[in-house]
Design a protein around this ligand. Structure first.
Ligand SMILES: *Cc1c(COP(=O)(O)O)cnc(C)c1O
Length: 498
């Protein structure tokens, strides 16, 4: 299978290993299959398949330049003992017609692990296939979850070096502990004096600094990225949509062929796009419900067809969704526009220059047919956590609560009776202060990691191994630099390993 840019010519193609190493196309577009696989997956066999078998089927389709053995070995290592639940993405049982698909049983307690446990194996195989002798530098700016999951995934992976920049004082206590506590001979996390955007802007500049890149080449290094625009992160995420379907058939909740809705807490649009790809591969999905927090640029977009990033930015209690430019939306629009790269380039130019664009009526009609959208305020998030706990004794995190709230709002205002899967993207223990306050209406005794114990005392359930591990790591001291020093810091770091 060949990949091309959403903004480029159909004649400029890369194979899957090249696309994974490259991350983003040179023209700024996103890499997508030239021709989407036409075979649909065997829905009736899903209930008896393991998670690992489902992933293998999907990766074989999209990443056919890898050998089956390479993929299988990567899958075994990615979805093994480090998960707290051997089903990998179990569905939580509830009395209602809504189900919670738990994507947070991995080592860093959020759904990024699904992709970032496998990406390092794909990257290493890609380097072998392409016969690249350079060491791969994974350069990442993070607001929290991606950095921790990337460090954990790439820890001690030969031929790779991970450098993460995060905003000083801008990540949660759990995330900070995870980054400073993660062991590995190839990992560095450095705080910058600034916010996430400052880190991101400087990382992008460094990626495009030709002189610096040449210098790296001469010393046997090259950059790659682990952000959610990398096709190597997106494709493995298709698997949990199929897994969810198989589990519900297996439990007798639906019959083979019945449709499901999926409600997805959305930031950069990677998670929900994987759902759209699952639908294209034949999974019976009625609506994909795009759930946003107060940064509701996507809610407005689905309503009006106009994407307008010119608006106030809010820091909310669902930080992983605090985003105004949802990069992966470009892949959806490309597909709905019938692979029209010129049109997509036009939209993206308008977005860059004027801060907004309006999709045409053909695309808008498709969006209406396949998607629903809504948002939750921070207060509504707190109420939803409270209400779900009161009704079911079930703890959900603030991101999941956004999707849970939006689902109920949608169901109250539409006659749609389709069973709905709420995609649960983080463990409640990753955001213990918000969750504790929501269910007890009191603040935790002391802020920080101890909030986990406060929460546990209320719910009286044992902590999973991956939550417990947070208390067992000793941490390195934090290094803080100015954003302007990022490039120099990278040079120094690499020079010490030349
Ligand atoms: C990253 C993240 C999201 C948003 O996912 P996208 O793929 O960026 O839409 C939602 N919830 C949590 C907990 C996350 O870490």
């Amino acid at each position: 299978m060949q990949y091309r840019s959403t903004r480029g010519s159909i004649d400029d193609t890369l194979n899957a290993p090249q696309a994974i190493i490259k991350g983003l196309a040179d023209d700024g577009g996103l890499l997508v299959p030239v021709k989407f696989p036409s075979s649909s997956l065997p829905i009736e066999k899903l209930p008896k398949m393991t998670y690992q078998q489902i992933v293998q089927l999907i990766l074989n389709l999209f990443f056919d330049d890898f050998t089956s053995e390479q993929l299988q070995k990567g899958i075994e290592q990615a979805y093994g003992e480090q998960w707290d639940n051997q089903q990998i993405t179990p569905i939580s049982n509830h009395h209602s017609n809504n189900y919670y698909l738990e994507l947070f049983h991995g080592p860093t307690l959020a759904f990024k692990d699904i992709a970032l446990q496998i990406l390092p194996h794909l990257m290493t195989s890609a380097v072998t296939i392409e016969q690249i002798s350079n060491k791969i530098i994974i350069l990442t700016a993070t607001s929290g979850d991606t950095g921790t999951a990337a460090m954990r995934g790439f820890s001690n992976q030969s031929g790779t070096q991970v450098i993460v920049f995060y905003p000083h004082g801008g990540v949660s206590p759990v995330q900070l502990k995870q980054m400073l506590g993660q062991r590995g001979n190839n990992l560095t996390a450095i705080a910058i004096e600034g916010n996430f955007d400052d880190a991101q802007t400087e990382v992008k500049r460094i990626f495009n600094d030709t002189t610096f890149n040449q210098q790296l080449q001469q010393n046997g290094y090259q950059f790659s990225s682990a952000n959610s625009m990398n096709i190597g992160r997106l494709i493995p995420q298709i698997a949990y949509y199929f897994s969810a379907y198989g589990q519900l058939v297996d439990k007798g909740k639906i019959n083979v062929g019945d449709a499901l809705n999926f409600a997805v807490p959305t930031g950069n649009f990677g998670d929900i796009l994987a759902g759209y790809y699952a639908k294209k591969l034949g999974l019976p999905i009625n609506k994909l419900i795009c759930a946003s927090d107060e940064n509701n640029v996507l809610t407005d977009f689905f309503k009006t067809g106009k994407y307008n990033r010119q608006r106030q930015f809010y820091l909310t209690n669902s930080p992983a969704m605090d985003i105004l430019v949802s990069s992966n939306l470009e892949r959806l629009l490309f597909d709905l526009a019938g692979n029209n790269a010129e049109l997509i380039s036009e939209y993206m130019d308008q977005l860059a220059q004027e801060g907004h664009y309006q999709v045409n009526s053909v695309i808008k009609a498709q969006l209406d047919r396949q998607f629903a959208a809504g948002f939750a305020t921070q207060d509504q998030v707190v109420q939803e956590i409270h209400q779900v706990y009161k009704a079911d004794g079930y703890l959900i995190d603030p991101h999941t609560a956004v999707a849970s709230f939006v689902t109920k709002q949608y169901q109250a205002s539409h006659s749609d009776k389709t069973p709905t899967v709420i995609v649960s993207t983080a463990s409640p223990y990753k955001f213990p202060e918000t969750v504790y306050k929501a269910i007890t209406e009191q603040a935790v005794s002391t802020p920080g990691l101890t909030a986990i114990h406060d929460l546990q005392k209320v719910v009286q359930q044992p902590l999973s191994n991956n939550v417990q591990a947070l208390f067992e790591q000793s941490i390195r001291t934090e290094q803080v630099i100015q954003p302007a020093k990022m490039e120099k810091t990278i040079s120094k770091l690499l020079a010490s390993t030349y």
